[in-house]
Ligand binder design. Structure first.
Ligand code: NAD
Length: 498
């Protein structure tokens, strides 16, 4: 597809904007208006090579720059981003379709990661244990001092790191990765989603205004050819990926086979459990916001709700009433509650799952296909299926759109059994007033992120973020202490003075 109206987005390599040559271009449309808004080079492997070379060339100097100096551009960057929240949010609305409020929220959560990375001087600190042993051949026990052996462990940068990111948070997810990576002394190549990279490009331009030396932070566009070049490259030491389970599993296996350290935060199917004693308003709001916020395009979207006991009697009517009151429209319109899906492929996939739910025998109690919405664009309204079961595709598979499936269970243990049948384990939440029930849920549910009376248990940057089962491949999660460990290698020194 080609269209001259869509501006071609540049790579940013060694601080310079570079237009890809001879690359196949992908044209992206505004999902709210169907107008072309960006053109992205898809197979510019030469640019990927240049980006890795630029990052490798400056790594020794950057790694030996004191950590206190490395974080100075991050402090400036935080202020610059705060002054550009509205501009970045508007780009996100245009290319992704989020409402303005959702887009602003996503930029702010990204800034949280920068603040966390500014703590690198403390977060990277090693540990020391003096007199961990005594040397037998030189032992001076009699003078009370001994010839002791001291041990310490340091955390050091690892080299060129690569980030591969998804479409659903084009501004925030890259900030899970590169600020901590560069604060720890690494250099970075970011490969953003090809579907909505305008806000990512602008964010990396602004990072250069903050004063990062050329080559420390690079951005290269592309699809699988470019990703393959990066994850197999000898000079790349670590790969952080966020996206679907299919791509993540491939990138994990391929990156590991090429000796990289790899973490892959992947797809999800998340369950919310509602107990009869839950605060009704909080439970309905929590489930609704989790299922339909960001038009269901969140890895933390609670897209299945399990109503325990008689909670369905108030939960189901409450959800239906809220769904029917939603205004579906363009993200830039202040009356809009829910924006479009991000592209035509996502729109078709969601419509296909609605058909599948009907064929599988679920009760379609709110049909998003009949909601009032603009003609052009990738719109579908909130959709609710009741009386669903774990063998239905709408319960087992990630739809990544505004479709909520309701299941019923007789007890909390039955509900947790349903949750734990899932192949995924990104997050699970429950709503209850009972500490005992909450404790039982926490002890038995299989998910990497869990919430009590919280619809979207998104950890702040100081805590690790990732799931279990098919929602994650790797060892160390992103953000928090795990993020510091992922972007550093440890070295132990054993010392003896004779
Ligand atoms: P995606 O897997 O299609 O794309 C993610 C990235 O991988 C993109 O940069 C893309 O170019 C690249 N990619 C895709 N297919 C590839 C292939 N075959 N070979 C090499 N590279 C490839 O994901 P998406 O549709 O952009 O994002 C939505 C998915 O991301 C959902 O499954 C969602 O659950 C997941 N997600 C997970 C988290 C998390 O923390 N677990 C957070 C956000 C999104």
């Amino acid at each position: 597809m080609s269209d001259t109206k869509a501006p071609v987005l540049p790579h940013i390599i060694a601080g310079k904007k570079i237009l890809g040559t001879n690359a196949t271009q992908r044209i992206n449309l505004n999902p709210g208006t169907a107008e072309p808004i960006s053109s992205v080079p898809m197979d510019d492997v030469d640019a990927a090579e240049q980006a890795v070379q630029a990052a490798a060339a400056v790594f020794p100097a950057w790694a030996s720059t004191p950590v206190g100096d490395r974080i100075q551009p991050l402090f400036k960057y935080k202020t610059i981003l705060e002054n550009h929240v509205d501009e970045l949010a508007e780009l996100i609305v245009q290319e992704h379709g989020k409402t303005l409020g959702e887009a602003i929220g996503s930029v702010r959560r990204g800034i949280d990661c920068i603040e966390h990375a500014c703590g690198a001087p403390i977060l990277m600190m090693g540990r020391t244990l003096p007199q961990i042993a005594v040397s037998s051949s030189f032992c001076r026990i009699d003078d009370g001092c001994g010839v002791g052996i001291d041990s310490s462990v340091d955390r050091l940068p690892i080299g060129v790191c690569v980030g591969i990111t998804p479409f659903n948070f084009p501004m925030m997810v890259p900030l899970w990765m590169w600020p901590m990576a560069v604060a720890c002394g690494n250099t970075f190549v970011l490969k953003p989603s090809e579907r909505d990279p305008m806000s990512t490009v602008r964010a990396i331009e602004l990072a250069h205004e903050a004063g990062f030396p050329e080559g420390v932070l690079n951005l290269v566009h592309g699809g699988p050819d470019v990703v393959n070049h990066l994850i197999k490259h000898d000079d790349v030491k670590a790969v952080s990926f966020v996206g679907s389970t299919t791509a993540g599993k491939y990138i994990y296996q391929t990156g590991c086979a090429h000796d990289k350290r790899v973490q892959c935060m992947c797809g999800a199917k998340n369950f919310s459990i509602i107990m009869p004693d839950a605060n009704r308003e909080a439970a309905i709001d929590g489930v609704f916001g989790s299922a339909f916020g960001n038009t269901g395009q969140r890895c933390l979207a609670g897209s299945v709700v399990v109503a325990v006991g008689d909670s369905a009697s108030w939960l189901v009517p409450g959800l239906i009433e809220k769904a029917k009151a939603v205004t579906v429209g363009r993200g830039c319109d202040k009356h809009t509650h829910m924006g479009p899906l991000q592209d035509d492929a996502a729109h078709s996939r969601v419509l296909k799952y609605i058909e599948a739910g009907i064929e599988e025998g679920a009760d379609l109690v709110v049909d998003g296909r009949t909601a009032s919405m603009p003609d052009a664009g990738c719109f579908v309204g909130p959709t609710i299926f009741d009386n669903t079961t774990s063998n239905m595709s709408i319960v087992a598979e990630e739809i990544f759109g505004p479709v909520l499936s309701i299941m019923r269970a007789a007890s909390l243990d039955d509900a947790v059994t349903e949750v734990n049948k899932s192949d995924y384990g990104n997050m699970s939440v429950m709503f209850t007033d009972s500490g005992h029930a909450a404790h039982r849920f926490e002890s038995t549910v299989q998910a990497g992120m869990i919430g009590i009376n919280v619809g979207v248990p998104a950890p702040m940057a100081a805590f690790p973020f990732a799931g279990w089962k098919k929602s994650f491949f790797g060892d160390l999660h992103t953000n928090g202490e795990d993020g510091v460990r992922f972007f550093t290698k440890s070295r132990v020194t054993v010392r003896r003075w004779i």
